[in-house]
Design a protein around this ligand. Structure first.
Ligand code: P6P
Length: 342
């Protein structure tokens, strides 16, 4: 019987990667499988969120007499639970939780990694059926194995990430993750309940004609950002212009489209929020890692996102991320107005 080895599941892919490194312990493969399992459970709930009237709104009791949790709390508990009951993670940081969670049990204290995640980014879009996402970042701990993980394990610059990924709950559900060996995409096949390799070795096109930004804040952006946005609108036809503005208010979806088709996503600082809205540790860093591994770039308007030294779990950062040539052009406008020391 010929086994179709072309369609690799996430588990088969991570094990295949593991086999290429005989000294590897398999903990990272196991961690990625844990994330995939939690993602499948979240996917079930996200897909029936539209039935909330039947299932009961968050905070109510559903027909089975169970507490209905807000979907982002549900998602947080799924990812935290999968990691805590696995063998690879010593602790987590989450957009949903005030402080780091140090698992502090014998297996976790001997685990190699810590994970930061936004369990359900863009969850405000659920009730209007717009794609949403989970974003995660994986670091090798710097504290000694055999002891509880510490804050320092989480507050490492993004260039120390071992892996990063996102799940997009959209027209199909996809898990995209990157290691230093590249970025790969897996689409959930509901008929077998497995993520299957659908986008091997993702390469972000060097340029594109999508630009993603909230135009409502235009007059609150720095002059260099305003000049770049205007340049996108005035691109001559000969340069693929005018560019198309695509911004759906769900960063994972916008970044995913730009990663595959080419484009730039911007969440700049503004006069009233100079550090912008997005969080460095579990939104900017992981997406920056993935896009850079696929050949793109990511900065905070002043420096490479992955070189920023974090100081606290929920700190914010401006974010400019996408195709290399579009990022280079943006950089020229920011430099022109002396707003960047790239
Ligand atoms: P604004 C969702 O809340 C989110 O964090 C990102 O997914 C999205 O790109 C951004 O905020 C939208 O923010 O201020 O433009 O509505």
């Amino acid at each position: 019987m010929v086994v179709n080895r072309k369609i690799l599941t996430l588990d088969e892919f991570t094990i295949q990667q593991l086999r290429q490194f005989p000294t590897a312990t398999g903990e990272l493969s196991s961690l990625l499988r844990d994330m995939g399992l939690a993602a499948k459970r979240v996917n079930v709930e996200v897909n029936k969120a539209g039935l909330v009237d039947i299932l009961g709104d968050a905070g109510s009791i559903n027909v089975q007499g169970e507490d209905v949790k807000k979907l982002d709390i549900f998602a947080n508990n799924q990812f935290m639970g999968a990691l805590q009951h696995g063998i690879s993670c010593a602790g987590i940081g989450s957009e949903e939780l005030e402080d780091f969670v140090i698992f502090d049990d014998e297996v976790s204290n001997n685990s190699k990694y810590v994970v930061l995640f936004d369990p359900l980014d863009g969850s405000g879009n659920i009730d209007v059926n717009i794609s949403i996402g989970t974003i995660f970042s994986v670091f090798r701990r710097v504290s000694p194995k055999g002891t509880p993980c510490t804050k320092e394990d989480f507050l490492q610059p993004g260039n120390k990430q071992v892996a990063a990924g996102y799940i997009i709950y959209g027209s199909s559900t996809m898990l995209v993750y990157a290691t230093k060996r590249g970025a790969n995409g897996f689409t959930l096949d509901p008929s077998i309940g497995e993520f299957c390799l659908s986008h091997p070795n993702i390469q972000c096109p060097a340029t594109g004609n999508f630009y993603s930004v909230n135009h409502g804040y235009f007059f609150k952006y720095d002059k260099g950002v305003q000049k770049y946005i205007t340049a996108c609108q005035q691109k001559p036809k000969s340069e693929g212009g005018p560019y198309t503005q695509r911004y759906i208010g769900s960063m994972v979806a916008d970044v995913h489209r730009n990663l595959l088709k080419g484009g730039i996503f911007m969440y700049p600082g503004t006069t009233d929020r100079p550090n912008g809205k997005l969080r460095l540790l579990y939104e900017c860093n992981p997406l920056a890692f993935i896009v850079e591994m696929a050949g793109g770039r990511a900065t905070n308007g002043q420096q490479r996102v992955l070189d920023v030294q974090p100081h606290q779990l929920h700190q914010r950062s401006p974010l400019f991320i996408g195709s290399r040539q579009m990022m280079d052009e943006l950089e020229n406008y920011l430099k022109e107005t002396n707003e960047a020391n790239f």
